[in-house]
Design a protein around this ligand. Structure first.
Ligand code: DTR
Length: 335
């Protein structure tokens, strides 16, 4: 005989089992460049790890390609809660990060991994004021920057007056080398190159493949000057609302994610170069030792400039620089 009470109890039981969702939270994560670029690849890896390690309690909805927030409004957008999490390229906000911008200087990092770990340690050591309105989940840096151009740059003389895209301190590096830097976020670069507003760009080589820049920039001049630092930030209210066990999972992922991203980037640069050589027959140009020496001399004053600007904002610049140099020694691969 049909027993309605039992039936209801069974249905409710099924619902209880299939809807443990009462404690489930979905976090939005905004990123500015296209999905296949390294900031977004690392975002998908972080999402996967978080969903796995929290047993599905936390879901992450990712928004690559500026679909939620663009390159320059992510910082503000995350602070105001338009997104829970966002990816910020520090170089797009000159003056906003007086301490961590040390990582934009020509310090000679040769890999993304060593620069990412140095940046993470730097953040942990100083917990700088400049990030006090957000929670920093992880940080990482691009691989070192090189010149990718439509015409060959075989010497500094070839660079003179050439319009090259960069951002932040990396624009001032180009300026010191005699180029004409044009500052813009990476997400605006494909159009600028297409339209001829710039004749090349200053970034890490993996973009040759990820943005197909190898098609238009057939000449790649290795300078290995400076990296671009990034921070993954979270809205403070969203962070504070998380249960302690989830906070711990996020905190534990901070350094691990920095290292993962560095490794991914370093391997991907190699693959992108091989791909570009094969597909477009790009030429990789190496400056002479004299030329490299001249680059070092011409860019050295930028370090002094950074010191005086950041000191004026209360940063112990000499100590910060020393910390980064020591971290570089620790993490740089043995030659
Ligand atoms: N050029 C730097 C860093 C960077 C290197 N590869 C990518 C890919 C997508 C976005 C940024 C970057 C920059 O513009 O931030």
């Amino acid at each position: 005989m049909f027993k309605p009470v039992v039936a209801v109890a069974v249905i409710m039981g099924v619902m209880a089992v299939s809807m443990p969702a009462s404690a489930e939270t979905t976090l939005s994560y905004a990123n500015f460049p296209p999905a296949k670029t390294f900031p977004c690849v690392q975002m998908e890896r972080w999402k996967q790890e978080v969903e796995k390690r929290t047993g599905g309690k936390i879901k992450v909805q990712t928004y690559p390609g500026s679909t939620l927030l663009g390159a320059k409004n992510t910082l503000r957008g995350v602070m105001s809660g338009q997104a829970d999490i966002g990816c910020v390229s520090l170089a797009y906000h000159p003056g906003a990060f007086p301490l961590c911008s040390v990582m934009e200087l020509p310090l000679g990092f040769t890999t993304s991994t060593s620069a990412s770990l140095a940046l993470w340690d730097l953040f942990q050591k100083y917990k700088p004021e400049e990030f006090k309105r957000v929670k920093v989940l992880t940080m990482f840096a691009s691989a070192p920057s090189n010149i990718m151009s439509k015409t060959p740059v075989r010497s500094l003389a070839d660079l003179k007056g050439l319009e090259i895209r960069a951002s932040g301190t990396l624009s001032t590096i180009l300026n010191a080398l005699g180029a004409t830097p044009v500052s813009m976020p990476m997400s605006e670069t494909p159009e600028a190159l297409q339209k001829g507003v710039v004749k090349g760009l200053f970034s890490s080589f993996e973009v040759l493949k990820d943005f197909n820049f190898a098609e238009i920039c057939r000449y790649e001049t290795e300078t290995n000057t400076a990296v671009y630092p990034f921070a993954i930030i979270m809205n403070l209210r969203s962070w504070n609302a998380l249960p302690e066990d989830v906070k711990k999972i996020f905190n534990d992922l901070g350094r691990e994610q920095a290292k993962w991203t560095g490794n991914y980037m370093d391997n991907h640069v190699k693959k992108a170069l091989a791909w570009s050589e094969e597909k477009y027959g790009i030429e990789v140009i190496r400056f002479s030792d004299e030329e490299m020496q001249e680059i070092e001399e011409k860019t050295a004053p930028l370090i002094e400039e950074w010191k005086s600007k950041s000191s004026a904002k209360g940063v112990d610049a000499a100590a910060v620089l020393k910390f980064v140099e020591d971290a570089k020694m620790k993490y740089e691969p043995a030659e």
